[in-house]
Design a protein around this ligand. Structure first.
Ligand code: SAM
Length: 197
């Protein structure tokens, strides 16, 4: 499904970074840190971070998406590392990353819970997780995102999954999302900034 979507002409979520990431990256991510971008897709967020001087690895199951990510990086004269892998198999490591970025990383809830627990272990002390996802309320808005509530996130569930992190900022809110042709309009989202002590 994702390889097919990313085979469309252009960048399906655009080439500009996600708004939440753009607003939080420099404020919260350790300067020049090593950052892992989960479900990175076509690379807009990884390239944005690389342009800010972060060392970035993007992981995604779509080879087509990550090939476009490398093309976008080249276009901007930056290097990013990309790994084609399913997040169910990908080893995040232990105390490996200064930051983990999760933007619209919607997976079945069992995988998500495992992934979030791994993310807590994979952050270095002082490392930061930045996350934006759709919440189940998004099904009322139909302006983008997965087709079922099971693939979306609530703050209550994610708080439990990220046990071990300190929540700096965390809220479910409505905001306008405009990213390429698939994210368009008022949307119900979850935003989290959390730090490993
Ligand atoms: C809505 S796109 C978001 C892409 C990117 N984060 C962005 O904001 O532009 C969701 C991405 O999740 C990836 N994805 C979904 N399930 C995955 C899994 N189990 N393992 C790896 N990637 C996955 C898809 O390939 C797709 O690129």
């Amino acid at each position: 499904m994702w390889n097919q979507r990313y085979s469309e002409a252009g960048f399906v979520y655009g080439t500009e970074p996600n708004d939440f990431l753009a607003a939080t990256a420099e404020r919260y991510l350790p300067p020049k840190g090593e950052i892992l971008c989960l479900a990175e897709g076509e690379g807009r967020n990884a390239v944005f971070l690389a342009r800010l001087g972060f060392r970035v690895t993007g992981v995604d199951s779509s080879a087509v998406g990550l090939e476009k990510a490398q093309g976008l990086a080249e276009q901007h004269g930056v290097d990013i590392r990309t790994v084609v892998a399913d997040l169910g198999d990908f080893d995040l490591g232990v105390e490996r990353w200064d930051g983990i970025v999760s933007i619209w990383c919607h997976t079945p809830s069992a995988l998500r819970a495992r992934l979030h627990r791994s993310a807590v272990a994979a952050l270095r002390p002082g490392g930061v997780l930045l996350l934006e996802s759709y919440t189940p309320k998004q099904l009322e808005y139909k302006t983008g995102g997965p087709p079922t509530a099971e693939l979306m996130m609530t703050l209550a569930a994610v708080r439990e999954e990220l046990d071990g992190l300190e929540f700096v900022d965390a809220e479910e809110k409505l905001r306008e999302v405009h990213e390429g042709k698939y994210h368009h309009g008022l949307s119900a989202v979850l935003q989290i900034v959390a730090r490993k002590p």
